[in-house]
Design a protein around this ligand. Structure first.
Ligand code: NAP
Length: 283
């Protein structure tokens, strides 16, 4: 794959570009973005080799679509219209059902592979792009059987070369599970941040008292609202269900506190410590 076009030269697209270029210096990475400033930054930081426009992707061997999921749903059919018959198009969106549905009837559906690399940070834009972001992380691939075998193979080689494990899932299951593992964590972090900001109007106090526990729990509240709003919108049914379960647990905890039932509180926490074993298994 010699000509690689990254549409959306931010954290994920930019980090993929860096890793791919490091593996094979002979590829040319072209950046396409709605933000000219981001394209200039990506060029200055050597995240991309050249700036390009959407029309140029007819030359592409590989197109990586790394823009917010609502924009992906809108743009993906046009991208498939434009690319050559041999090109591979992958998306990296955090939802999968709406994206797969958007191109299910497209004549070039077999050129497309739906992926979700479970890797990221709370930062965005081309300056957030880093080497090695995907090393040791999982990439969830959906509807692999819908992609031409030859293009599947190319994609799998690229992902394993940058150190990723592959898991296959149906788009519906992906969206259901990811609501718990990622979307709920972001909402809980945003609302923790909001609760503290509302109560601690004096920001200096927050800063002085913020320990590593608060810092790590609230980290995701720094994430981009532009990226997360369409994710919550596309996955609203699953996200609402996780929120109901989470709110029930919070309410139960509050009731135990009101009843001063600290034995049960202790037991709740002991039971939840089991998360250590679960996380060790996937680390
Ligand atoms: P990001 O850092 O904000 O980068 C996205 C880039 O795409 C920005 O430069 C943005 O420009 C540009 N853009 C937005 N709409 C566009 C459009 N219609 N056409 C062309 N460019 C457009 O975002 P990211 O974190 O890399 O996320 C990209 C994708 O990866 C999303 O689908 C997200 O769900 C997925 N993902 C994210 C993470 C994570 O942890 N961040 C992890 C896994 C997957 P502006 O900033 O000017 O809008």
């Amino acid at each position: 794959m010699k000509k690689i076009y990254v549409i959306g030269v931010g954290l994920i697209g930019g980090s993929l570009a860096l890793d791919i270029k490091k593996l094979d210096n002979s590829v040319t990475i072209y950046g396409v973005d709605k933000s000219d400033e981001h394209l200039d930054l990506a060029l200055a930081e050597n995240v991309i080799d050249k700036k390009a426009t959407l029309e140029d992707i007819k030359e592409a061997d590989l197109v990586i679509v790394s823009i917010p999921v609502d924009a992906t749903v809108k743009l993906l059919p046009t991208i498939l219209d434009l690319v050559s018959d041999d090109a591979l198009v992958i998306d990296v969106g955090s939802t999968k059902e709406d994206i797969c549905l958007a191109v299910e009837e497209h004549p070039k559906r077999r050129n497309f592979l739906a992926t979700h690399p479970i890797a990221g940070t709370e930062f965005s834009g081309p300056t957030a792009a880093i080497y090695g972001l995907f090393n040791g992380k999982t990439n969830i691939i959906c509807e692999v059987e819908e992609t031409t075998f030859k293009l599947q193979e190319k994609a799998l080689k690229m992902f394993t070369d940058i150190g990723m494990r592959i898991r296959y899932m149906k788009p519906k299951s992906h969206d259901k599970h990811i609501a718990y593992m990622s979307h709920l964590s972001h909402i809980s972090s945003f609302m923790l941040g909001k609760t503290v900001i509302e109560q601690e109007k004096n920001e200096r106090d927050i800063f002085d008292m913020a320990g590593s526990g608060f810092e790590s729990t609230v980290r995701l509240a720094k994430s981009s609202p532009e990226m997360w709003t369409p994710i919550f919108e596309q996955n609203k049914t699953n996200v609402i269900k996780t929120l109901e379960e989470y709110i029930q647990n919070l309410t139960h905890f509050k009731e135990l506190m009101e009843k001063q039932d600290f034995e049960s509180i202790n037991q709740e926490m002991k039971d939840t410590n089991y998360i250590k074993q679960i996380l060790k298994g996937i680390a």
